[in-house]
Design a binder for this molecule. Structure first.
Ligand code: GUN
Length: 285
């Protein structure tokens, strides 16, 4: 029997509707709208698409988005000065610096300049550390969104074998921490793992976040498993595709996310949720 699709777009739309309602209630109580500063340095075309989606989601959710589109030539010091002024700005609840940054700017230095209470991406070492220590505060958006998709399927990771392919700071590592928090038995595969097949074949829940189309073959998938594809690639035919051979996996998995329309919309919805909660913590401590 083919897999059931996990409709991330519809699930994200429900989150955004709920967030909009909560924002409208805040405004009705006399509070200001949550404010999100979205910073982009340079003109990476993929980043431009992601940033546009984030700003559109703000409009849908009733959140004020403040655009800071900076030229590629922006220096590290100039970016730090902007972040420090946004840290002090009482109308800003969330600060998002779209990654990757130009080569001449040190990503980790920039992330550590963001006030952890405004770090709605959840990338600051303080927020990653809280997640690692099982006391999460602001959680990285993509892994957090994936946990909501798993909740939606109704299969608890508790005691299941959860395999994460990819060990990036943005997805793989925090994803492993989220799955551990949910009681999963977690394996993380990465560039030095070698043969992925035995890991994929034993996964009850498989999360793939590599950025290489077809890195997971359909015939490796454990029958009935949950397959979450975080990849977002442009295939040889010009169409968007994930990292998993979708057609093959669809025949074996119990549940699978499509690309596009799976994880991507959930990342943006969790960004809205983090911004709302950051504003609530600030306005209603
Ligand atoms: N680049 C790719 N994914 C992300 C993300 O979730 N947040 C930011 N800031 N940059 C990214």
């Amino acid at each position: 029997m083919p897999a059931q699709l996990i409709d991330g777009k519809a699930i994200a739309a429900k989150f955004k509707r709920d967030i909009r309602e909560q924002v409208d209630q805040m405004v009705a109580r006399g509070m200001r709208r949550p404010g999100l500063a979205v910073i982009m340095v340079g003109d990476n075309p993929a980043s431009a698409v992601y940033v546009r989606n984030k700003r559109k989601a703000c409009a849908e959710s009733g959140i004020v988005s403040v655009a800071h589109d900076l030229p590629y030539s922006t220096t590290q010091q100039e970016l730090i000065q902007l972040i420090e002024s946004l840290n002090r700005d009482p109308s800003i609840d969330g600060i998002l610096v779209q990654l990757p940054l130009p080569q001449h700017i040190e990503q980790s230095v920039i992330i550590e300049k963001i006030d952890p209470a405004k770090d709605v991406d959840g990338f600051h070492p303080f927020n990653v550390g809280r997640l690692a220590l099982r006391v999460p505060l602001i959680r990285p958006c993509t892994p957090y969104g994936v946990t909501k998709l798993i909740d939606h399927v109704g299969l608890s990771p508790k005691g299941r074998h959860c395999v994460v392919i990819g060990a990036s700071n943005i997805v793989g590592r925090p994803m492993a921490l989220e799955l551990l928090l949910m009681g999963g038995t977690v394996t993380v595969c990465h560039r030095f793992t070698g043969d992925l097949k035995p890991y994929v074949s034993s996964a009850d829940i498989l999360i793939v976040a590599v950025g290489r189309p077809g890195i997971v073959r359909g015939e490796w998938i454990k029958p009935g498993s949950v397959v979450i594809d975080v990849g977002m690639n442009r295939g040889a035919d010009g169409k968007l595709c994930g990292d998993v051979d979708f057609d093959g996996a669809y025949e074996r998995a119990g549940w699978i996310t499509p690309v596009p329309g799976g994880v991507g919309p959930m990342t943006v919805a969790m960004l809205m949720k983090n911004t709302l909660e950051s504003a609530e913590a600030r306005l209603d401590p």
